[in-house]
Design a protein around this ligand. Structure first.
Ligand code: ADP
Ligand code: ZN
Length: 612
């Protein structure tokens, strides 16, 4: 064996040792081992891994194995304290530098950097780029740069941070320090932008599967959105933490109020709120249990709360990338979670209008339009949602058995005649009227407006009176999603025929649509989070509850989120093992040396007290 091989084997053993003793995990997950090994040896890496995949260890362990200070660039200033606290809990010397600190606090951290007293340093990108900070780092020994949330360099994405573009100087000023860029955004365009902007052409790429098998996807037809949401939460997630996404700030406030009036514990979050209030709500969501965060997409990046049991959308996301990122915040701990969305015709009309009215140039509008179409396709699909999602990210998949389509396959039917009626009605009103009016014509409603335009005289008036308004809206929505009709926002949301509509009108092409189903009250599904507790016996359940109570007290004392102390899964394992000694406790997943030292005795005492 050569010296290099010896060294590399040593480092591998060291990495595994750290995984076990510091983090308390018995093995690496997925590509973690390869990534860690590559970076430990000084290689650059681009890591694409879904949320919850385990990205943090990919840089934390190399930072501990290699000599010097690991620098983590992150835009998530509000979360740095928690990240540092979580590392301190496992005995890693961590700190951060950002604008929330006083000058004195910064000075103190800088001193610790100079004396080599820190293993992992989190830095906000704008701080990193200051001459002072660059000089500080240049004088120190750096083990690696981790660029977290690397998709923030992408100007096309909604998380764009201009400071991220400047991060290319790291390569120029620290040519020998390995860089590892990480993101959960999967699309090819973003990936190429990261490589190009951060000069990572030489980096090895580690692309994991983006599947999140524990998340169940459900998209329901919107009737009364907020009522449907309440039913969903009450029937499936009454005791859980979750996130509800809405499009506007106003709606966020309204829905939060509505949920609170109905006995839930909901908090609002949007960029229009005062910084202090917003941050306080975020902290409560992270620290307390059973909170429902009602938010705009301003909320969520970097939220590493592992036990978010559901993510609900009351408005249609603008793209599949956004939808996947947002829903990905559910179930990071690997336990079952729900991604639920209510979607209706109004969503399509509204999103199309937003694109039309935006100030973007035509090219950009076309990109937005294509992304929205893909999202609509997902909503209206007659096939497995997960397959559709993964295919969008370039992955092959099979029907999953864990989405609404797989579980209750929709019935499709030949809707050619109905769609022809709809298209004719649009044509007869000269493509100048909005969806609501067209539906009234079809259903033969003689409203004032219909009479005023003499639309009751048209041959199409009332030809669809055998269907309800909801059914017509469903047909209309699908017809728009199929691209046979468009909504013209230049002229009062008027419906217009597209070229694709002609063959259908002429009877040359058939149309399959999904059979309309009345929205039903949500049934309790097996994914209810209560499931996890049933794998404990009654006695174990008692221990688990005690541990939970102990964790809550301890978290309060240490002023950290409960999951920073132990995850539910760790406590479940403890309850099952009912350890009588520190040695028994040592083998439990998630219990490293530091936690054993800090909490071991308390836990053994707690167990003894209950069993004795
Ligand atoms: P990401 O940043 O990719 O969203 P995290 O790094 O936060 O994911 O990891 C997600 C969860 O998985 C965390 O709770 C972490 O402790 C856990 N985890 C990561 N790697 C392992 C492993 N090898 N074994 C067990 N648990 C792990
Ligand atoms: Zn499926």
């Amino acid at each position: 064996m050569t010296v290099t091989e010896h060294k590399s084997q040593d480092q591998q053993a060291q990495a595994l040792h750290i995984l076990e003793t510091v983090f308390g995990y018995s093995s690496f997950r997925g590509q973690q081992a390869d990534i860690v090994h590559h970076v430990v040896q000084g290689g650059d890496a681009l890591v694409l891994m879904p949320t919850g995949g385990g990205k943090s260890l990919c840089y934390q362990i190399p930072a501990l194995v290699r000599d010097g200070l690991g620098v983590v660039v992150s835009p998530l200033i509000a979360l740095m304290q928690d990240q540092v606290d979580a590392l301190a809990e496992v005995g890693v010397r961590a700190a951060f530098l950002n604008s929330t600190q006083t000058f004195d606090e910064s000075m103190q951290i800088e001193r610790r950097v100079r004396s080599g007293d820190i293993d992992v340093l989190y830095v906000a990108p704008e701080r990193l780029m200051t001459p002072r900070c660059l000089e500080l780092l240049q004088a120190a020994r750096i083990s690696l740069f981790a660029i977290d949330e690397a998709h923030c360099v992408s100007q096309w994405g909604h998380d764009f941070r201009p400071e991220y573009i400047k991060l290319s100087v790291l390569h120029e000023r620290f040519p020998d320090v390995p860089r590892i860029a990480l993101t959960a955004t999967a699309d090819q365009q973003t990936r190429e932008e990261i490589i190009h902007r951060l000069q990572l052409e030489q980096a090895r790429q580690f692309v994991s599967s983006f599947d999140r098998p524990n998340i169940r996807y459900q998209i329901v037809e919107k009737a009364n959105g907020r009522k449907q949401l309440l039913d969903f939460i009450e029937s499936e997630h009454a005791d859980d933490a979750g996130i509800v996404y809405c499009l506007s700030r106003k709606k966020v406030e309204e829905i939060a109020d509505f949920l609170n009036q109905n006995g839930l514990n909901a908090l609002p979050y949007h960029a229009g709120m005062e910084y202090a209030k917003r941050t306080a709500n975020q902290a409560r969501f992270l620290r307390e249990e059973k909170i429902v965060m009602v938010a705009t997409i301003a909320f969520g990046m970097g939220i590493d709360k592992p036990d978010v049991r559901f993510v609900a959308h009351l408005d249609l996301p603008k793209s599949i990338e956004g939808y996947y990122q947002e829903t990905g915040r559910a179930g990071r701990d690997g336990a079952p979670a729900n991604a639920w969305m209510a979607y209706g015709l109004q969503d399509v009309v509204q999103q199309r209008r937003m694109i039309a009215e935006s100030e973007a140039d035509d090219t950009f509008k076309r990109v937005l339009g294509t992304k929205l179409d893909a999202m609509l396709g997902l909503c209206e699909t007659l096939h497995c949602r997960r397959m559709r999602l993964l295919e969008y990210f370039g992955e092959q998949a099979k029907p999953c058995g864990n989405c609404d389509i797989c579980m209750t396959p929709p019935v499709s039917f030949d809707a050619t005649v109905m769609v022809q009626k709809l298209l004719s009605a649009v044509y007869r009103v000269e493509q100048r009227f909005a969806p609501g009016h067209v539906v009234e014509v079809l259903r033969g409603i003689d409203s004032d407006k219909i009479k005023q335009w003499r639309h009751d005289q048209l041959s199409v008036f009332g030809i669809g009176s055998d269907r309800s308004e909801a059914e017509w809206r469903a047909i209309l929505r699908q017809t728009i999603a199929l691209g046979l009709l468009t909504v013209d926002h230049e002229s009062y949301s008027a419906l217009k025929l597209t070229d694709e509509a002609r063959p259908v009108l002429r009877g040359e092409q058939k149309v399959q649509l999904r059979q309309y189903q009345k929205p039903v009250k949500q049934k309790r599904s097996s994914s209810r989070s209560g499931y996890v507790e049933t794998d404990l016996s009654a006695a174990e359940q008692v221990l688990f509850e005690k541990l939970r109570w102990w964790r809550m007290e301890t978290a309060r004392k240490h002023n950290v989120p409960a999951y920073v102390i132990f995850h539910d899964s760790t406590m479940r394992e403890i309850a099952k093992a009912n350890p009588g000694s520190l040695d028994d406790l040592r083998g439990v997943t998630g219990v490293g040396e530091k936690k054993l030292e800090t909490y071991g005795a308390e836990i053994i005492a707690l167990m003894a007290e209950l069993s004795g």
